[in-house]
Design a protein around this ligand. Sequence first.
Ligand code: HEM
Ligand code: HEM
Length: 177
Amino acid sequence: MTSIVRYSRAAIRFHWSTAVLVVVVGTLGLLHDSWPKATQSFWINIHALCGLALWVLLMARFWWRTRQAPPPLPPEAGELSRALARPVHLLMYALLFVIPVLGIVTFIWHGRVFDFGLFKVDFGVQKNRAIFAPTEDVHGYLAYALFTVAGLHALAALWHQFVRRDRMLSRMWPAGR
Ligand code: HEM
Ligand code: HEM
């Protein structure tokens, strides 16, 4: 069996921190209506700060990705995987870029203030339902789209690894380097 070429250590770290942050931020987002009124602003602020961290991480990854191309797919990878990998990865990057932008607009035009603990950032914007209601809806729909695509992507990785046995997941797996 030929040896596989893995993603770089930095790309693997980025991938798994992104995945964990998407689960944390997504779960906090889904729960936003369930918090008691008294703590709702607190949790929406936590959701926003973790979402911002995810966005900054994504920008760093974009910058790095333009300098370092991903390793070539293993020779065992089929035609469909070769055709789908790039557009699906690009779609996830696009969603990860746009969702926080809409989140930021929703947050600010809801009249909310970013509370970083040591300091606050207040844009002094008046609450404006005509702006925040549609951006909140689209932010939510795109987040559901991301959960669906990322879920299918994770299932595909598991199928490759354990059914097709073409070691696709090993390329991105942190252990055994
Ligand atoms: C990829 C990152 C993010 C994901 C996956 C995500 C996901 C979600 C989800 C699922 C909801 C609930 C939508 C609904 O129930 O219709 C939500 C709501 C919301 N998100 Fe995000 N979000 C992200 C980033 C951000 C960022 C960076 C901000 C702001 C800086 C933000 C601000 C908000 C706000 C303000 C709401 C509405 C809560 C409210 O005011 O009632 N999100 N988000
Ligand atoms: C929210 C969760 C996730 C997101 C947003 C995500 C996103 C991505 C992106 C954007 C890439 C392309 C990396 C690049 O070329 O720059 C990628 C690659 C990859 N992901 Fe994920 N991922 C997630 C979860 C998972 C999970 C849970 C698994 C495994 C069960 C997984 C397995 C892989 C593998 C194996 C690759 C490399 C594919 C290849 O060899 O070309 N991902 N992921």
